[in-house]
Structure formats: C-alpha cells, structure tokens
Design a protein. Structure first.
Length: 78
C-alpha cells in the first residue's frame, strides 16, 4: 500500500513532467514574442535573439521561475 511519501513522489514526478512539457511547448517555434505575454511590455531585441522562443520579458520570466520553484519546493515537503 502506498504511503504519503510515495504519493508525494508521484505528484512531484507529474509536476516536473508538466513543467518540462510546458517549457518545450513554449519554445517549440523558436519565434520570440515582441511583447510579453504577461505584462505586454516590449521584449528587447537582444533578449529575443539570445533566448529564441521567449514569450516573457526578463522580469515576468524571473517571477514565473520563482513561482515554479516555490511550488516545487512545496510539493517536495508533502
């Protein structure tokens, strides 16, 4: 019978798989947005060239990554 640790591991594995699939989907075209999907501010040309397929400005990307880390950290404690 599965215990709490086993169930938490299953949830963690699924979360990681979902995050990887999302990252691959977001970068699948290699075409960067001119404007951020979240805040609608322009994405500088240098970022668009350096990070092919980017959809977010640097600030929104950092915020999203921090939220994902916090969520993953939360799931790891379960």
């Amino acid at each position: 019978m599965a215990d709490d640790a086993d169930r938490a591991q299953v949830i963690n594995d699924q979360f990681q798989a979902d995050m990887l699939a999302q990252a691959q989907q977001n970068n699948s075209t290699g075409i960067s947005n001119r404007f951020c999907e979240n805040c609608e501010e322009p994405i500088p040309e240098g970022r668009r060239k350096a990070q092919k397929g980017c959809k977010l400005c640097v600030s929104c990307q950092q915020e999203q990554e921090q939220e994902q880390k916090e969520l993953l950290s939360h799931w790891r404690t379960i």
